[in-house]
Design a protein around this ligand. Structure first.
Ligand SMILES: N#Cc1c(-c2ccc3ccn(Cc4ccc(CN5CCOCC5)cc4)c3c2)n[nH]c1N
Length: 234
C-alpha cells in the first residue's frame, strides 16, 4: 500500500515513521510519502491561498497547486483504484467500515486542506479521475486536514494484514463486526488488587465460558449507557 499526503505541513507526517506504522514501512508493507504542496507553486511567496469568491471570512486554497500535484503524483489518466481522501468538516463521518474498505486499497492520496478549505473544483476534477472520499473525523472543528489524515491512516493501516502483531485482537475491538458492533468490555491486568480496586473475580476464575458471558454483558451495558445508537435490537 502506497500512501501520499499533500499538505503545507509535511512534517506533520514524520510521526508515521514511529511504532507500528514505522515497522510496517520498514517491512515494506506500507510506503509513505509526504509532499509540500508549495512544491507546486511558482511565485516568490509560494502562494497557496486566495480570497473567497463571493466574499466571506478567511482564505481558500487555490486549485492550481493541487492540480499540478495530481499531475505529478497520479498523471491525467482516470484510475478508480486510486483513492483520494479529502478530510473536511463537511464530509461523511469516517467510520470503521470506511477504514476496512480503504485497508484494501493499493494507493491512497490524502489531500490535507487548510484555511477555509480547498477550491471545490479540485474535488470535482479529482472525482472525474479517481475514487474520491470526502470524510469528516468527527463533529468538531480542526484547523486543517492533517490531524484527521493521521487518525484515518492509523485506523486504515492497522487493518492491513501483517501490520498488527496480533491480528486476533482486531476481532475483539469496539466497532468490529465480531464484537456485534458493541463497545469493548473493560480490560484488566496484574496485580489482582491495586489501590483498593480488585480485578473482577470472574476474570480470575479460569472459566472461559463465564468470562466470555461476563464480557458480552459488560459490552452490552457499556454500549447501552454510552452509545445506545449502536444497539440494533432495542
Ligand atoms: N476531517 C475533518 C475535520 C476538519 C477539517 C478538515 C480539513 C480542513 C481544512 C481546513 N479546515 C479548517 C476549517 C474549519 C472550519 C470550516 C467550516 N467553515 C464553515 C463556513 O464558515 C467558515 C468555517 C472550514 C475549514 C479543515 C478542517 N475539521 N473538523 C473535522 N472533523
Amino acid at each position: 500500500m502506497r500512501l501520499d499526503y499533500l499538505t503545507i505541513f509535511p512534517e506533520f507526517f514524520d510521526v508515521l515513521g514511529i511504532s507500528l506504522l514505522g515497522k510496517a514501512v520498514d517491512n515494506g508493507i506500507v510506503d509513505i510519502h509526504a509532499h509540500d504542496l508549495r512544491t507546486w507553486t511558482h511565485d516568490r511567496h509560494r502562494t497557496v491561498d486566495d480570497t473567497p469568491c463571493g466574499g466571506g471570512a478567511g482564505m481558500v486554497m487555490k486549485p492550481d497547486p493541487w492540480g499540478e500535484a495530481f499531475d505529478d503524483l497520479l498523471g491525467a489518466d482516470p484510475d478508480p483504484s486510486v483513492h483520494v481522501v479529502i478530510p473536511t468538516p463537511s464530509g461523511t463521518p469516517f467510520r470503521q467500515d470506511d477504514a476496512a474498505q480503504l485497508s484494501h486499497a493499493d494507493r491512497i492520496v490524502f489531500c490535507c486542506g487548510r484555511y477555509e478549505g480547498i477550491d471545490h473544483r479540485v474535488i470535482d476534477y479529482a472525482s472525474e479521475h479517481w475514487s474520491v472520499h470526502e470524510l469528516s473525523l468527527g463533529d468538531y472543528v480542526l484547523n486543517g486536514g492533517e490531524v484527521a489524515a493521521l487518525a484515518m491512516t492509523e485506523a486504515i493501516v492497522r487493518l492491513v494484514p501483517g501490520v498488527l502483531g496480533n491480528p486476533e485482537s482486531l476481532s475483539e475491538e469496539s466497532y468490529s463486526q465480531d464484537q456485534e458492533g458493541l463497545l469493548e468490555y473493560p480490560v484488566y491486568t496484574r496485580p489482582a488488587s491495586w489501590r483498593g480496586w480488585d480485578v473482577p473475580e470472574v476474570l480470575m476464575s479460569g472459566h472461559h465460558g463465564h468470562i466470555a458471558q461476563w464480557r458480552r454483558e459488560q459490552s452490552r451495558e457499556l454500549t447501552r449507557r454510552r452509545r445506545p445508537d449502536l444497539l440494533t435490537d432495542e
